[in-house]
Design a protein. Sequence first.
Length: 184
Amino acid sequence: MAEQDLHRFLNKVLQLQQMVESLKHQPERREQLAACDHHNQVVKLAQSWGYEIGRRWGDVGPVQELESENNLLAQPMPSAGNESKLLLHSGDAWHLELILSCSASSPEGFWYDQVEHEWILLLRGSASLRLKDRDASIQLNVGDHLHLAPHQLHRVEQTDSYPGTIWLALFWHEPQTTDQASQR
């Protein structure tokens, strides 16, 4: 670790220690901290108290939050048991969706049967999927991704409750060959 990075890291630890000490003398701060839903809120609250803890160990200085419409992780979650989708981009044979799930699961006996490919990436939370041709569930956590081929029957067994599960899903069709197009 470079000397400058070590200095930033040690400064963050010191800032955190001082912030924790302040909680002992100002109980209302502890309540405010407990009310935070995510790390960026903690960083912003700490800044309002005069502490620069940064978002990562090497980050110091002000936190610039993107507007929620530009931040995929700041989208509003649907109510418990539901899922919502936001179309992010699309082209002739593809589309990219953000899927927000809160304690969601597929209805009993329901299997997705899609004509297109689907590639999913978990951005937040976790999920359990079942493929009809497998005996076991597939557990997905943040950073895990999975390709689902066309007509690969699958279902969502469960997603996280609040703050929920966020998926990035890319759907695409295989390009048709000249022979396939003439058969229509």
